[in-house]
Ligand binder design. Structure first.
Ligand SMILES: Nc1ncnc2c1ncn2[C@@H]1O[C@H](COP(=O)(O)OP(=O)(O)OP(=O)(O)O)[C@@H](O)[C@H]1O
Ligand SMILES: O=P(O)(O)OC[C@H]1O[C@H](OP(=O)(O)OP(=O)(O)O)[C@H](O)[C@@H]1O
Length: 214
């Protein structure tokens, strides 16, 4: 048996992922949320987790540094990584939207869009034949239209609190988002049995949780 390496983004998705793994009988006894350690192992189950920046999860998996990754659909779409997307984990639910001031004309000639997700934004507008100028930001994106940096934003919305507190509205919905389990293409072939057993166990737990929590 070899270890299965799982890349997890340090951040919002980590606790739910570790709880889900625990339901599967996989336990990283040394792990706690304040730890600065980046690798944890469950030697009984041959599972190792590596904690990376959320945006880097697709890279670790595509390049084979991890066999499996847990990543938001937003990050996955933006990365365009060449990986297998295998399971919708059903948490980390939010949605991609275009947001701005209520009276904004989204069809104005040169729309300036601020976003952490330039590829997603370009694809969405270009598919509709609308050309945009993208300004790439790394956070606090809601600020951009308020200070005249952009006309609107493409970002994720969960509760809507950030938009509301900054006087912005959802103008268009792009697509729903949730956490996804991704698999390296080579690992899926060369280590099929071990990876597939893991996926089957995981799917069974997700099905059970859905039945108990519809
Ligand atoms: N407000 C939110 N509500 C629900 N899910 C969210 C929210 N923000 C992000 N997510 C989901 O959780 C994933 C991980 O978010 P997290 O904040 O940990 O990383 P990040 O967005 O890359 O942030 P950072 O730049 O701080 O590392 C996102 O890719 C998205 O799928
Ligand atoms: O609808 P809400 O529940 O308010 O959540 C949405 C906010 O959460 C994310 O930001 P994050 O907290 O990751 O901060 P960031 O500005 O650094 O991206 C996202 O970019 C929104 O700003």
């Amino acid at each position: 048996m070899t270890y299965i390496n799982i890349a997890l983004g340090k951040g919002r998705l980590v606790d739910k992922t570790i709880s889900l793994l625990k339901e599967m009988g996989i336990d990283f006894c040394e792990y706690h949320s304040e730890s600065r350690k980046l690798i944890f192992e469950d030697p009984k189950n041959y599972i190792r987790i590596v904690l990376v920046k959320a945006v880097d999860v697709p890279t670790y998996v595509e390049k084979g540094a991890a066999d499996i990754g847990v990543v938001g659909k937003d990050t996955l779409l933006e990365s365009g990584a060449n990986v297998f997307e295998m399971v919708n984990l059903g948490f980390g639910n939010c949605k991609f939207v275009v947001a701005g001031c209520e009276q904004l004309n989204l069809y104005k000639k040169k729309l300036i869009v601020a976003t952490k997700y330039p590829n997603v934004a370009k694809k969405y507008f270009n598919q509709q034949g609308r050309s945009i100028e993208v300004i790439k930001l790394n956070g606090s994106v809601e600020l951009a239209p308020l200070v005249g940096l952009s006309d609107c934003i493409v970002d994720i919305v969960e509760t809507g609190t950030t938009l509301k507190e900054n006087g912005l509205k959802i103008l268009e919905e792009i697509c729903p988002i949730s956490a996804r389990l991704i698999v390296n293409k080579a690992s899926y072939k060369t280590n099929f049995q071990q990876v597939n057993t893991f996926l089957e166990k995981l799917q069974a737990i997700i099905n059970r949780l859905e039945v108990n929590n519809p």
